[in-house]
Write a protein that binds this ligand. Structure first.
Ligand code: SF4
Ligand code: SF4
Ligand SMILES: [Zn+2]
Length: 271
């Protein structure tokens, strides 16, 4: 396997993986979405809510606010020694206490949530939660826990997680007459005419739409793909660094493969 990183920051990674098959790359994708734990609000104790939103809608909106996930320090509730009752090892509290006495309406934002642990704070301060009219107020305690995307979308650490085959564009120079129709048709502007023939730049950005192939009346251009090379895109909601999501997913996949191997060897008597 060979990996080439095209782009990497805390929120987004784009890389090429060579020498693998679709089963492997899809397993990695599914684990990144569904089996990398991150923090989200799971329970809310509403003390006062005179806003227009019902308590359960308010709780749902709070749950969908991405929270930062510390690398260490918290365990999954079901693995905690408190037995899932909730303690400082498996739960982080956030408080919301807003009353609006002014004119017009006030928007309550994610930044109004006060985290007990600053390492479990909202990733963004500007996510609207609810609008309050004069005299309305909200007082609540929210409890964030580690969870998995396979149990609820609020625990998905990725906002985008997808791959495509590496595009391969072949031009038969013996058929190409340099008409330029393919160049005009490409929505990504990847094709250029040079010295009477077609050149492809940044093939990694090709969407495999096949428009260039369709307009080539000479049948000189063929769009295909390499079945053992993939272009992968991962975006984080900000709860974890994108590099941590990828690495954690690799560890989970390895643990699953080891468990499978172990069970298989037990069934076959260790042979
Ligand atoms: S398949 Fe689509 S995106 Fe790719 S080179 Fe052809 S026209 Fe451009
Ligand atoms: S449309 Fe076909 S013939 Fe025309 S330049 Fe492109 S590849 Fe060549
Ligand atoms: Zn606990």
């Amino acid at each position: 396997m060979e990996i080439t990183v095209l782009e990497l920051d805390d929120f987004k990674a784009r890389f090429i993986v060579r020498g693998v098959n679709v089963a492997f790359i899809n397993a990695l994708r599914r684990i990144m979405i569904a089996e990398v734990p991150c923090m989200a609000i799971d329970e809310v104790a509403i003390i006062e809510n005179s806003s227009v939103l019902y308590d359960e809608i308010l709780a749902h909106r709070l749950a969908m606010i991405p929270l930062k996930t510390p690398k260490d320090g918290y365990v999954m509730s079901k693995e905690c020694k408190c037995g899932g009752a909730g303690c400082s090892l498996c739960q982080a509290r956030l408080y919301l206490d807003v009353k609006w006495e002014g004119e017009g309406a006030k928007t309550v934002y994610s930044g109004d949530l006060k985290p007990e642990d600053p390492e479990v704070a909202p990733v963004y301060d500007n996510i609207p939660i609810v609008k309050l009219s004069q005299g309305q107020s909200i007082v609540l305690e929210a409890y964030a826990t580690l969870g998995l995307g396979k149990d609820h979308a609020k625990w998905q650490p990725t906002s985008a997680c997808a791959y495509k085959y590496m595009p391969v564009i072949a031009v038969d120079l013996s058929l190409c007459d340099g008409c330029g129709a393919c160049v005009e048709s490409c929505p990504k502007g990847l094709l250029k005419l040079s010295e009477g023939s077609v050149k492809v730049s940044n093939v990694v950005d090709c969407t495999l739409c096949r428009e260039c192939e369709r307009v080539c009346e000479k049948g000189a251009l063929k769009v295909g793909w390499d079945e053992s090379t993939f272009v992968f895109l991962v975006e984080s909601t900000g709860t974890l660094k994108v590099s941590d999501i990828v690495l954690k997913a690799v560890h989970v996949l390895r643990a699953k493969a080891e468990e499978f191997n172990f069970q298989l060897s037990k069934m076959t008597g260790g042979g």
